[in-house]
Design a protein around this ligand. Structure first.
Ligand SMILES: Cc1cc2nc3c(=O)[nH]c(=O)nc-3n(C[C@H](O)[C@H](O)[C@H](O)COP(=O)(O)OP(=O)(O)OC[C@H]3O[C@@H](n4cnc5c(N)ncnc54)[C@H](O)[C@@H]3O)c2cc1C
Length: 410
């Protein structure tokens, strides 16, 4: 138990390798291989436990790589299936599909993102004029509320850029229901610091905790649950456990899923962005890529660590693309495409989609094309379709097997 919750010395976890996320595909493949060799076998039983930042996570910690598609969902799922079979990999696979679900859901409910962005602006104005609220907010983001666990997660997030899923749930719940802070400000705090910060998973998870995603079903953090699933590291008191869901007058409207563009042929210019950095497996049909550039659009108010991660990931994507397509990466300027048609991976709702030039030809991966139409309502519809969506007989078309792990996964 932490008595006073004052500053308790320098964080122990800085420099721990498991919270280092070099933003290259090779580093992602190493992490995938390491996970499947160790924690993967115990994933279903251990995944709810957050052992803290100075021990190996019980989960894969692949999210910064999946977020930018340095690794694709298809290959991560295929690797887990090859290592553990359908039954053994079932829990992990369904978690990866939560990501796909949230992406697809936001595509058809873009107002959940734009509404949150404007709510953040409104709430920041309110903070400026309300010293009481501002005091609680500042204590929360600086980790000095006096609530055990919560304060540690706030500091852990800022110091490492990553939090275990259960810690994210507890943190969001305490933020909303105990501290009574506006949830959009909590979502913005996460998006600023998370190395996997994602418009869909982050916004919709905060909405889910608040009881706005599945209306009336909210997530309540309980002291007993925190004690149990932190291996007794935290024993918080003062958490409000008798709370009702939030409500909103106008839930985000469902929109039609915008279709991808039909395949092109001939010579094209390929524009990479931060939502898809595995150009080697993009469905480019019979096109020939002869020009290449990258568009970096960070999350709103992203921290320096997140910006550096974005730049490093883009640099890795462009280096691989240049080698794969046999053309140099150019600086994104007015003439970079040389008048060729510009092709890009589909950018889901978020900063990349907003920043892409109008005239882009946007191609969508088979994974998203199959899954997103099933993501318009709750997760169940997509979850029940997983067996027929899984790649049959091994690696999906166009996805390279991880070289470091080939022997194990084939
Ligand atoms: C309030 C809140 C905010 C969140 N914000 C983000 C975010 O900005 N970006 C993000 O990628 N995830 C977010 N998540 C989901 C989840 O916490 C992380 O994806 C997960 O903790 C990443 O750790 P991992 O890679 O070890 O996951 P694993 O358990 O190893 O799962 C493998 C992959 O599946 C996906 N995944 C797993 N759980 C979830 C989930 N509940 N929702 C969506 N995808 C999931 C991730 O891509 C993850 O890398 C949030 C959850 C909550 C409760």
């Amino acid at each position: 138990m932490n008595g006073s919750h004052g500053w308790r010395g320098p964080p122990r976890y800085l420099g721990v390798m498991d919270r280092d996320f070099p933003m290259t595909r090779a580093a992602g493949l190493d992490r995938l291989a390491g996970f499947l060799e160790s924690a993967g076998a115990h994933y279903a039983a251990a995944r709810n436990t957050d052992r803290g930042p100075d021990r190996r996570p019980t989960t894969s910690a692949l999210s910064p790589y999946l977020r930018r598609r340095l690794l694709t969902e298809a290959e991560v799922v295929s690797a887990a299936l090859a290592a553990y079979g359908e039954e053994g990999a079932e829990k992990f696979v369904s978690e990866v599909f939560w990501r796909t679900y949230f992406k697809g859901h936001l595509e058809t409910h873009p107002g959940a993102w734009t509404g949150t962005l404007s709510a953040v602006e409104d709430e920041r104005r309110r903070l400026a004029g309300d010293p009481g609220l501002r005091r609680v907010y500042e204590a929360a983001v600086e980790g000095r509320t006096g609530i055990e666990g919560f304060d540690d997660w706030a500091r852990e997030l800022v110091a490492t850029g990553w939090l275990h899923n259960h810690a994210r749930m507890w943190f969001a719940s305490i933020w909303i229901f105990t501290l009574r802070l506006p949830w959009p400000l909590g979502a913005a705090f996460f998006l600023r610091h998370l190395l996997d910060g994602d418009p869909a998973s982050n916004t919709l998870s905060w909405r889910w905790v608040a009881g706005l995603h599945t209306r009336g079903k909210h997530y309540v953090a309980r002291a007993e649950n925190i004690r149990r699933y932190t291996d007794g590291r935290f024993d918080p008191s003062g958490i409000d456990e008798e709370v009702d869901s939030l409500e909103e007058p106008m839930p985000p409207k469902e929109m039609r899923l915008v279709p991808a563009d039909p395949p092109l042929t001939g010579e094209v210019a390929l524009l990479l962005h931060l939502d898809d950095l595995h150009p080697e497996s993009l469905p480019l049909g019979t096109t020939r890529v002869s020009r290449l550039a990258g568009l970096v659009a960070h999350a709103p108010d992203a921290s320096d660590r997140v910006r550096e991660a974005d730049e490093a990931a883009m640099s890795d994507g462009l280096t691989r693309a240049a080698a794969h397509f046999g053309c140099e990466a150019r600086v994104l300027g007015p003439d970079w495409s040389g008048g060729l048609p510009i092709v890009t991976a589909w950018a889901p709702v978020g900063p990349s989609a907003d920043a892409l030039p109008e005239a882009c030809h946007r191609v969508r991966r088979a994974w998203d094309e199959a899954a997103w139409p099933l993501a318009t309502r709750g997760f169940f519809k997509l979850r029940s379709a997983i067996p027929r969506l899984l790649p049959e007989g091994g690696w999906p078309e166009g996805v390279a097997q991880p070289t470091r792990t080939t022997a194990r996964f084939t």
